[in-house]
Design a protein. Structure first.
Length: 143
């Protein structure tokens, strides 16, 4: 009986870890970006590698507006769960990605629909406005 209870506890904890990981904002470097978002060296034309709509937050740790946007995106990720994935890219650590999206100002959010081309929004935006973009342009509703 103890073995069964222990096994059930392990399975439950493993499931909770997967859920929390899936509902977290993910930080990407250039290598991970090419694997999960778009391998721009292999495909010159946009080819999204993901399976669900996404937002990429191009930010820097020294940027005050980026610091204000971060908790908003964390909250959105938790509220939308598996329906969307939010990624963060530090432009100082991945300048190649900043150049790729012509990021001349940060914060900059890249919205990626499941099908179609990505588009950018520059600057700090309120949660309601970001959710409106998610609903209208990414066609994703809250859970």
């Amino acid at each position: 009986m103890k073995k069964i209870l222990s096994l059930l506890l392990i399975i439950t904890l493993a499931g909770l870890l997967q859920i929390s990981k899936a509902q977290s904002v993910i930080h990407l470097n250039t290598k991970e970006f090419k694997e999960q978002i778009w391998n721009f060296e292999k495909n010159k034309e946009w080819k999204y590698e993901g399976k669900k709509p996404a937002i990429i937050d191009l930010y820097a740790i020294w940027c005050p507006l980026c610091k204000k946007l971060s908790p908003i995106l964390e909250k959105i990720q938790k509220e939308y769960g598996e329906k969307i994935q939010i990624y963060k890219v530090d432009v100082d650590k991945a300048p190649e990605l900043a150049q790729l999206f012509e990021a001349r100002s940060i914060p900059m959010m890249i919205f990626i629909p499941k099908n179609g081309k990505p588009f950018s929004v520059i600057g700090l935006r309120p949660q309601e406005q970001i959710e409106q973009i998610i609903s209208e342009k990414l066609e994703v509703k809250k859970q």
